[in-house]
Design a protein. Sequence first.
Length: 237
Amino acid sequence: MIRTDGRGPGALRPTQIDLDTVPYAEGSCTISTGNTRVLCAASVLDEVPDWRAASGKGWVTGEYGMLPRATHTRGSRERRGPKGRTQEIQRLIGRSLRSVTDLGALGPRTIVLDCDVLQADGGTRTASITGAAVALYRAGQWLVQEGEAVRNPMRELVAGVSVGLLEGNPILDLDYHEDSRAQVDLNLVVTEGSKLVEVQGTAEGDPFSMEELRELLDLGMEGISSLIGAQITALGI
């Protein structure tokens, strides 16, 4: 199957990760996956939520937003608080990054990961997770350099990717045009050690089989491996 942008079914969109694009943040990057671009910034705060204070452990949380003209038509700013989809993505980002962070080693601090979509063409939540992981790692390096931590609290990298069934064909890393027509849309979040953090999958029409699910998971794992390779290259580790 040849896709509209010329990719094969198992190919990622061109991925680029630029470090330190927010100079005031303790860690940051801009990630581009095809025409989707997300600015990710990690801010280290010397405080934790009240309910967390007695534990002596830190916290990692995510915030997500889309600029009004990130899409073809202008979207309204969420001035009255995040809407349902935004809240869901923010929780996903937080869960994904906490899964690979030693919150005890972080100490009584919070790291807030702000993911702002500059341009959207599908896969914004998975690109946000992949970029936020790089920003978090950089923030961990900053803590070590400043003598605030003995080691980087981030135990390993984590990344996200989409897979789906389009016209019966399994494909990797869907753009908006593909996502809007897919019979199955599935998002994967996987650690550097190939452990699953999250699997979000939906049949938009007919149900799909276990065989098709396994094929999608295998395809997604291959994509995750390439994305983590891109993270490692960008970080120089």
